[in-house]
Design a binder for this molecule. Structure first.
Ligand code: ZN
Ligand code: ZN
Length: 294
């Protein structure tokens, strides 16, 4: 993953690649193919699954109206999926992370430090055909007191719907599920930064994107911190210290492992979560003891 600062550079390179495609490379060469996570919801910690507090889902809950060519059989193709257009700037985005004793206080207004798509989705947006998200992005009052040095709980616990963590961009991190209990990144349409608002207007991600801020990368090529889970453990990008993209097989059922990370300015060997490219993308469960999100 790259930081938001590199995003426009990345877009430039992407444009060059598109031009190159016209003359030489077949378009399919760049397609990422990911397994669809639908149905991988569990009532206990389970690899490749979301251990969900919510166990009954309404298959007709509001959400995407349909899907297009980006879902084929048991796979989905992120590059083929439309994105909600726009670049709305939230100049009053605020997040403050403060250590005081054993507590890490996070205050944020949930407005992201990066641009977003235009919500509600406009009728003339190519995304409208698939997902008419009628919600507007609204500021929320996030005020969390997390353990500064969290400990593993004796048992993992389920992840609720709604906020399960806060990104350093100021926006909320949700689990992998949409309101129907399906793979949200595969079915719901998000903006270029992978975010969209829910009913109350809370802008949130269900997976990682290049818009996320990565703080203090390393050691080696290990990703930096992208946010905090509600149990206080750090959430990091998708790279291991050798630079390889982590997959579920490298992580436990909650989507974490023990390893060296930069934590509050020190190199510490501790438990931490990782984002992955594949479902369940963020957390599969809480390995620590979560505080209540708001
Ligand atoms: Zn969502
Ligand atoms: Zn790691």
């Amino acid at each position: 993953m790259t930081s938001f600062k590199n995003k426009h550079l990345g877009a430039g390179i992407a444009a060059l690649l598109v031009m190159a495609n016209i003359t030489s490379l077949p378009a399919a060469a760049h397609e990422t193919k990911l397994p669809l996570g639908d149905g991988q919801v569990s009532s206990q910690p389970k690899q490749d699954h979301v251990y969900s507090c919510k166990t009954r889902f309404n298959p007709n809950a509001p959400g995407a109206r349909g899907s297009g060519g980006w879902i084929k059989g048991d796979y989905w193709y992120p590059e083929l999926k439309p994105k909600v257009d726009g670049d709305v700037v939230w100049s009053n985005s605020q997040i403050k992370v403060q250590l005081s004793g054993n507590t890490r206080q996070i205050r944020a207004n949930n407005l992201p430090s990066h641009g977003t798509g235009v919500y509600p989705v406009k009728r003339n947006d190519d995304a409208y055909r698939y997902d008419r998200n009628p919600n507007s992005i609204r500021s929320q009052s996030i005020n969390l007191e997390l353990p500064a040095n969290p400990e593993l709980a004796s048992r993992a616990s389920c992840v609720p719907m709604g906020m399960i963590g806060v990104a350093l961009t100021g926006a909320a991190i949700y689990n992998a599920l949409d309101a129907r209990g399906d793979d949200a990144p595969a079915h719901e349409i998000q903006d270029e930064c992978g975010g969209h608002p829910e009913r109350r207007g809370q802008y949130h991600y269900h997976n990682g994107s290049d818009c996320m801020i990565e703080q203090d990368p390393g050691p080696g090529k290990h990703s930096g911190l992208i946010g905090y889970a509600l149990d206080g453990f750090g959430i990091y990008g998708n790279q291991d210290r050798d630079g390889a993209h982590l997959s579920n097989a490298d992580l436990d059922a909650c989507h974490g492992h023990v390893g060296a990370v930069n934590w509050d300015g020190q190199l510490v060997t501790m438990y931490h979560y990782h984002l992955t490219d594949e479902y369940p993308y963020t957390l599969g469960c809480f390995a620590g003891t979560p505080v209540r999100g708001r």
